[in-house]
Design a protein around this ligand. Sequence first.
Ligand code: ADP
Ligand code: MG
Length: 448
Amino acid sequence: MIVMKFGGTSVADADALRQAAEIVVERGGEAPVVVVSAMGGATRELLAMGGDAATGNVERAMNSLGSFVGRHLAAADQVDASHAGVTRDEIAALGNELDALLRGIGLLREFGASTRDAVASFGERMSSPLFAAALSATGAACRVMDVRTVMITDDRFGDAQPFESALGFGVESEFLPVLTRGETVVTQGYIGRTREGRPTTMGFEASDYTATLLGAALGAGEVQIWTDVSGMMTADPQVVADARPIAELAFEDAAELALLGAKVLHPRSMAPLRRTGIPARIKNSRAPDDPGTRIVATVESQPGSVTSIALLAGVTTIRVTPSNRDELLLQRVYGEVERVGRTVRLATASPLGVTVIVDGQDVPASVGDRLGLFGRTELDAGASAVSVVGPGVEDASVLGRALATLDGVPVRAVIQGASPHSFSVVVPEAEGRAAVRRLHSVLMDRAT
Ligand code: ADP
Ligand code: MG
C-alpha cells in the first residue's frame, strides 16, 4: 500500500482534480491512502477572512466566504456532474459552519491561535470531498476519512505535534478496515485535533508531514509527494531556469535541503521515514511520467558532488553577544524564537556569542528586548541564506569555490550545517537570487 499526497496546485481546480484522480487510479495500486492539501491559496484566504472578521470587517469576510465556497461548488459541479448533489451538500454545509464561525469571530473580535486553526481547517475539509468526487467519477471505490479521528496532537496551535502511538492505533482501527475492503482512503493533510477535540494544524505546508506520518503508521511501501515540479531539483526552478531534477537523495540530505529552503518538502516530513526506512518519491502531477526524485536511506554518491543550492529568502539574523559567561545562551535564544512561533533554520554558537537565522522579516521586537537582558542583541532583517548541499561539501575546495564565486557580495555570515553535507552563506536579501544562480552555474556544472 502506498500513500499519495497531492499539494495545493495539484487540486487547484476541476482539471487538476481530474488529473490527480487519474494518477491515483493508474498508479495507486490496490487501495492507496490519498492525503489532500487545501486548494491552492485557500489557507491564506481563510486566514484573511478570519482576520477581517476579527477587525470588524465581517461583511468583507462574508464576501470572501461567498467566493471561496463558490469556487469549491463550481469544482464540485465540474468534477462529477452525476454525484455533484452529494458533494455540493457537503461543501454547502461546511460553508454554513464557517459562516457561523466567522460571525462568532466578528462578535468576539478574537482570532487567537486556536481559532485560526479552526478556520484554517476548512481548506482541507472542503478539498477532500472534492477529491473523492473526482475519484468516484472514475469508478474507483473510495471513502473520505476525517484525519482528525486519528491525528491527535498536542495543543501548540499552529504548530501542533502529533502523538504517534495514538496515530498507530487510530489508523489500525479506522483506516485499515476500509483499505482491506479495497477502498481508497481520501483524507486531509495539515490538520489534527487535541485529545479534547479542539482543532489544530501542524504548521504551514505540513501536509507532506501528514503523509509521511500516515505512511510510517501504516507501514506503507512508499510515500509519494505529488506536486508541481518533477522532483527535488538542483535549485528552485523559479530561481534557476536550468535547474535539473535530482534522481536520488538520502533522507538526511532531503531533510537538510527542506530546512534550508527547498519548500517542495516540509522540513519535518523526513523524520517518520528515516525512522522506518520507508522510501519517498517526489512526482509531478502535471508530468506523471517524469521519474521524479526517490528519497531513500542511503545513496551511492560520487565523491565531490554537490546536490543542490537552496535559498531561504527574507530571513532575520539574530546575534547575541553575552555580557557574562552564559552557557545557556543558545537555549535562551531558541526559547525566545519559539515563543514567537518562528523556526530557527541555522545556528552557530561559541562562548563569545550566538547567531541564529530565523524565518521571516518581521520578528517581533520583544525578542530583542528579552534577549537584551543577557547581552548585546542585534536583529538584522533583510537577509537571505544561500546554502550549498551535498556529500561533496565535505571537500573544503567546494567552500573555497563558493566564496570565490560570491566575490563582491557582502557576506554577513558563513554557517556550517548540522551535517557535514551543507554550509550556508548569509547575504543581503537583494543578492540572494543572483547568488543562487552564480553558485548553481559554477558548482553544479562541475559536479555532473
Ligand atoms: P505543494 O503545493 O505541492 O506542496 P509547494 O509549493 O509546497 O508545492 O512546493 C513546490 C515548489 O517548491 C516548487 O514549485 C518550487 O518552486 C519550490 N522549490 C524550492 N526549491 C526547490 C527545489 N530544490 N526543488 C524543487 N522545487 C523547489
Ligand atoms: Mg508544499
